[in-house]
Write a protein that binds this ligand. Structure first.
Ligand SMILES: NC(=O)c1ccc[n+]([C@@H]2O[C@H](COP(=O)([O-])OP(=O)(O)OC[C@H]3O[C@@H](n4cnc5c(N)ncnc54)[C@H](O)[C@@H]3O)[C@@H](O)[C@H]2O)c1
Length: 433
């Protein structure tokens, strides 16, 4: 099939490459000229494992190309995917300006009937607004399909290639059939396609992310309670996770959720509910707990060293909001570093992939180190924020030799408390009594 994808970010670029990999011809458009130029030179603007080789192969084989012209993409595709950002507006609602601008551009450029597939995460009712916007500029038949994306950054290729399910919101049986045909190669293990109304599909995405965020905030509160009552949240987590009604996923305590999706999607769903006069009290609490959780390491640090950290050096390992991505959007590391700087500490940070993105947000107030061990030189404490694989089994003898102090704050509970304490470290973690 001939496909246009508008937006070449985490979702648009992954979708473009994966759709091309299945043999479709894909034109990916982005209004960021620099991004398009980089993509044309074979430079992938984001870090996502496996994406570079997938893009390279499909470009070389002539199935994937890039343009800064949405109009050219729309004219070259029978199915048009919208995959542009929907950031939070000031009031917490999803800002639809990019989605609606693309819809208008599609309407202005259409030269015949099209299926327009919205992959951006959008509030209930947006499909109707997209259709109305397109029809302001043309009178060709258009079907708008709401097709929320469930990929996870860091595993995006695998998630797109083998989705647990595909959700299609549409009132057009013909469009549903075309979309089923498009997704057929991705569902060879018989994972389901659910066809539903646009509104239900739009809501499904927000509900999925909000429930995952709820699990995280719930276990974080329980971890904090464990600290108070002297229980070990790792044991509690295992004890509940083996119950098939609960499941083992998303109940790992830590320093709060971040990223480009959970925070903004929870806010947007709360906003939609408020607009309809039905506040979602559970999600209000989820958000509040998360904001507090991002500060939990700062509180533990102040308890250990006092609130005046001047003269002390903190090594921070991991800056991205989770491993295997360079995405820094709403990363807990930002809050932790801000707390450290506010208390007067000096910070030496290292992340395997997110250093450039981090520098753009944090600026020059901290030292960026090219290795994890480099960040430890002369440090009074090590703060583990993001659990990249390379941090899982570090050489603690070497760490001890490099650091000035011997205090470790493990924000992800990845290290063994007994081992570290037996080596003379003062070890703090989350919810282990
Ligand atoms: N990142 C994720 O893990 C993820 C997962 C599922 C769903 N989503 C949703 O998918 C959508 C896209 O997310 P993302 O992370 O890929 O965003 P992103 O910010 O990484 O990428 C968006 C891209 O769209 C481009 N763009 C903006 N306006 C445009 C326009 N008018 N014409 C052409 N291009 C334009 C931008 O230049 C940018 O490259 C969001 O709604 C997000 O909530 C994201």
């Amino acid at each position: 099939m001939k496909i246009a994808v508008i937006g070449s970010g985490y979702v648009g670029l992954v979708a473009s490459a994966c759709l091309a990999e299945m043999g479709n011809t894909v034109i990916c458009a982005d209004n960021d000229k620099k991004k398009v130029e980089a993509l044309r030179r074979g430079v992938i603007p984001i870090y996502e494992p496996g994406l570079d080789s997938l893009v390279e192969r499909n470009v070389k084989e002539g199935r994937l190309s890039f343009t800064e012209s949405t109009a050219a993409a729309v004219r070259g595709g029978d199915i048009i995917f919208i995959a542009v950002g929907t950031p939070s507006d000031e009031d917490g609602s999803a800002d639809l300006q990019h989605v609606l601008a693309v819809a208008a551009e599609i309407g202005r450029s259409m030269d015949g009937p099209r299926i327009v597939v919205n992959k951006s995460t959008v509030p209930v009712g947006t499909a109707e607004r997209i259709r109305d916007e397109i029809l302001k500029y043309c009178d060709h038949p258009v079907s708008v399909v709401s097709n929320p994306e469930f990929l996870k950054e860091g595993d995006a290729i695998d998630d797109f290639m083998r989705p647990d399910r595909v959700v299609l919101g549409t009132d057009s049986p013909e469009a549903a059939e075309v979309m089923k045909e498009l997704y057929r190669p991705f569902l060879r293990t018989n994972n389901p396609i659910y066809v539903m109304s646009n509104r239900s599909a739009e809501l499904t995405k927000y509900v999925a992310n909000s429930l995952l965020a709820t699990k995280i905030s719930f276990i974080n509160e329980i971890a904090n309670l464990c600290d108070i009552v002297g229980a070990d949240v790792q044991d509690v987590r295992r004890g509940i996770g083996s119950d098939s009604r609960i499941g083992p996923h998303f109940i790992f305590p830590g320093v709060g959720y971040g990223g480009s999706c959970f925070p903004k999607d929870v806010r947007a769903l709360r906003h939609t509910a408020m607009e309809h006069g039905y506040p979602l009290r559970v999600l209000d609490a989820v958000t509040e707990v998360n904001e507090l959780q991002k500060k939990v390491l700062g509180v533990k640090i102040a308890r250990e060293f006092g609130r005046d950290l001047s003269g002390l050096v903190f090594a921070v390992w991991g800056l991205s909001f989770k491993p295997n991505t360079d995405d820094m959007r709403e990363a807990p590391s930002l809050v932790i570093i801000e707390d450290l700087l506010t208390m007067g500490a000096r910070v030496q940070a290292y992340d395997p992939e997110a250093m450039d993105c981090a520098r753009k947000i944090i600026g020059d107030g901290i030292r960026y180190c090219s290795t994890g061990y480099g960040a430890l030189e002369g440090a009074d404490a090590l703060v583990l924020v993001t659990e990249w694989k390379e941090f899982r089994e570090p050489d603690f003898e070497r760490i001890r030799g490099l650091m000035r102090g011997k205090t470790i704050f493990d924000g992800r509970n990845i290290w063994n408390p007994e081992k570290l304490r037996s080596m003379g470290f003062t070890y703090h973690c989350i919810g282990r009594g």
